[in-house]
Design a protein around this ligand. Sequence first.
Ligand SMILES: NC(=O)c1ccc[n+]([C@@H]2O[C@H](COP(=O)([O-])OP(=O)(O)OC[C@H]3O[C@@H](n4cnc5c(N)ncnc54)[C@H](O)[C@@H]3O)[C@@H](O)[C@H]2O)c1
Ligand SMILES: [Zn+2]
Ligand SMILES: [Zn+2]
Length: 360
Amino acid sequence: MSQEGLTEAYGWAARDSSGILSPLHFTRRANGDTDITIKILYCGICHSDFHMLKNDHGISIYPLVPGHEIVGEVTKVGRRVTKFKVGDVAGVGGIVGTCGTCSNCTQGLETYCPKMILTSSSHYHDGSITYGGFSDNFVVDEHFAVTIPESMPLHATAPLLCAGITVYSPMLHHGLCRPGQHLGVVGLGGLGHLAVKFAKAFGMKVTVISTSSRKKEEAIERLGVDSFLLSHQQQQLQDATGTMDGIIDTVSAPHSVYPLVGLLKTGGNLILVGAPAASSPELPSLPLIMGRKSISGSAGGGMRETQEMIEFAAKHNISADVEVIPMDYVNTAMGRLVNNDVQYRFVIDVANTLDTPRTN
Ligand SMILES: NC(=O)c1ccc[n+]([C@@H]2O[C@H](COP(=O)([O-])OP(=O)(O)OC[C@H]3O[C@@H](n4cnc5c(N)ncnc54)[C@H](O)[C@@H]3O)[C@@H](O)[C@H]2O)c1
Ligand SMILES: [Zn+2]
Ligand SMILES: [Zn+2]
């Protein structure tokens, strides 16, 4: 701790939209009465981290310490903290603050609060900048941390904090969680493979729609996907017309949604969770009208629902398929992430690979 009570921290940051990460000493706010401090053990790499590093959405603040799939050990608790004690394992996802009083907040829909504060690259209530989990520690209001059952594998649980809740929440909201229903999952990356796992745990039939034929065997044999459509094969799409109750689109690059709408049953919903830098150019009015279909979006999930998702995952042995990497591999990992060369999530072994902070 520094003299002002701020928390000294050390991590990896980008200085500009080149997105290149390198070590940085910085300070976090002091641990307040309702805050916990976490020693970070693992942090997943979400494609949103890449979008933020590159300022794809025009909201990035540099230096930028990414990382919002954080699992760690609680090292300090404020005097009004009730949910955690020192030594517990805590998880933090995409948001660390809200107004607490609007209709979204009071319904547990924190990610839709107009004053929502992101875990990284946002202005906190006190005006300080938020820095993410590519770092040794984290200070967070306990409301924005969830408890992690001890039985869960911590490295593979980290991605549930963003990727997991981002697909789980819209599935629950749209009632796409019942045995026998048919879910389409577009893009088999970090979010996509977890959508498959949750859908299979709900007893659904799952079809993956992908551009990459090399993912087919693994998807069917290991993830238990029921069928696999190549998005550029017109006949395959044609044959699947009108068969899906819902589709979760996790694609990180601009793409056409027109062919996807045709796959939905009457009343079906195409849920966009992928957040490309540029939006899809078309709105397919007639296909939507003729099938009473919807296209919707969804952002992460509220804190109550995130805790529920963790409990559900623990009960059904759901965790991410991960490649654990050292901190100094992050720049290479970012390059591989954009080239779709990861099955299916990079997770940084922060505690064991972030070198000891220098004193100067
Ligand atoms: N809505 C939210 O709250 C939320 C939360 C987390 C991530 N995201 C966004 O979701 C997207 C996916 O995140 P992720 O971490 O799963 O990424 P990822 O890189 O692990 O997966 C992206 C998938 O999209 C596929 N893809 C990429 N370009 C494509 C193209 N041109 N056509 C078809 N498929 C293509 C890739 O093969 C991969 O399967 C990103 O845009 C990310 O920012 C949104
Ligand atoms: Zn994310
Ligand atoms: Zn609010």
